[in-house]
Write a protein that binds this ligand. Structure first.
Ligand code: NAD
Length: 363
């Protein structure tokens, strides 16, 4: 097919374990949108993780990095597995993922926690607390205490060891993650809660100051602030009070896992990592699930919902994204479930049957 000016290039990186199985279903969805709904895309394919190591000796071959740099968005399955666990850390599958994030400067990590009402029983929280939950956690991904220097373990004069890390953020880093959160909120309910520990940590005092300043560029946004300890409590007490939460690398790491588990279904949650221009890498939040690989039972919905995020945030195709999300809703309403979300009164389907049902529901 001839590539028009508007055609967007999407790089497909299936990875390891269930990666190829779930990505195959997501690709079917992209192709259905292309064929039946006029989505102008071109798909490219590449190797990453253990699959790339086996083929080339590197979890992130130069060819993959070149393709990742040249495309408009990346769809990734998952990487890793027992087979590669004894390898030197520099060539382990996870290095492929970290290498992509670092090389593409993907500083804004979007982790939605959505609970479809049909799956409310899957949560460990009461159905009325979580049913219909729809929060977006925006986590700073390339700075903060995970990267700050100096860091290490030193020996003091008295022979005792001391571990130390540095929580560090420049104004420009806070500004760009703030803008990322505000832009996302503009496509949602226009409420942003910035999470910090400004009462104790100077670095997050600056965080709060910069958030307030950047928010002035977005008069429609309602900005609030919350200390991280309270935010953790509120997430399990009354999670539906939040729309978008924006926070530092470490706080976001912890809060986003907490929020994801409110929904109780790891096979349902997508994620995105974006750069300053909206280019992004999209992937399910779960791993490569080697325990269920090649059995045709993996849930492809987190990956299919990652496609919806890709369309919304990198391709600006809000209507197409909504079409996918509506299809997921329809299929759940119809009682179709993969094994991980199966309940007695539902119909259990395989990975590919779930993909086919989504495609049918897209129309
Ligand atoms: P995991 O997320 O792969 O699996 C945890 C549990 O959830 C397993 O029982 C698995 O069967 C189940 N599960 C996960 N995704 C599912 C799906 N789509 N449908 C149905 N069930 C699903 O986590 P793990 O077992 O700790 O890690 C396995 C491998 O994945 C490891 O090598 C780990 O390093 C890697 N990993 C990769 C990523 C990534 O690529 N982003 C993230 C986390 C873990």
């Amino acid at each position: 097919m001839k590539r028009g000016k508007m055609t967007k290039k999407i790089l497909i990186l299936p990875g390891d374990g269930i990666g190829p199985e779930i990505v195959a279903e997501a690709v079917k969805v992209l192709e259905a949108l292309q064929t039946n709904h006029g989505l102008e895309i071109e798909l490219d394919h590449g190797l990453v993780g253990g699959a790339a190591y086996d083929a080339t000796g590197s979890p992130l071959p130069d060819e993959t990095l070149e393709k990742a740099t040249a495309c408009d968005a990346i769809l990734l399955g998952a990487v890793g597995g027992h087979k590669w666990e004894s390898l030197d850390i520099a060539v382990r599958p996870e290095k492929g993922l970290l290498g992509l994030r670092a090389n593409l400067a993907l500083f804004s990590n979007l982790r939605p926690a959505i609970l479809y009402p049909q799956l409310a029983d899957a949560s460990t929280l009461k159905a009325e607390v979580v049913s219909g939950l729809d929060i977006m956690i925006v986590r700073e991904l390339t700075g903060g205490i995970y990267f700050g220097q100096p860091r290490g373990i030193r020996t003091l004069d008295n022979g005792e060891k001391q571990g130390f890390n540095t929580l560090i953020y420049k104004e420009s880093e806070i500004e760009r993650i703030g803008r990322s959160a505000f832009e996302i909120a503009m496509k949602r309910d226009k409420r942003v809660c910035s999470v910090d520990k400004a009462n104790v940590l100077e670095c997050t005092e600056l965080w709060r100051e910069v958030m307030i300043r950047v928010a002035k560029e977005y008069p429609e946004i309602e900005l609030s602030h919350m200390y991280v300890d309270n935010a953790a409590m509120q997430l399990v007490r009354a999670p539906k009070q939040f729309d978008v939460m924006v926070t530092t690398n470490m706080f976001g790491d912890i809060l986003s896992d907490c929020a994801a588990m409110l929904t109780g279904s790891i096979g349902m949650l997508p994620s995105a990592s974006l750069d300053a221009n909206g280019k992004g890498m999209y992937e399910p939040i779960h791993g490569s699930a080697p325990d269920i690989a090649r059995q045709g039972i993996a849930n492809p919905l987190a990956t299919i919902l990652s496609v919806a995020m890709l369309l919304r945030y990198s391709l600006d195709q809000t209507a197409m994204a909504g079409r996918i999300e509506a299809a997921v809703n329809k299929v759940l309403d119809d009682g179709l479930r993969t094994a991980d979300i199966h309940t007695e009164d539902a119909r259990q389907v395989s990975t590919s049957e779930m993909g086919d049902a989504i495609i049918a529901a897209l129309n």
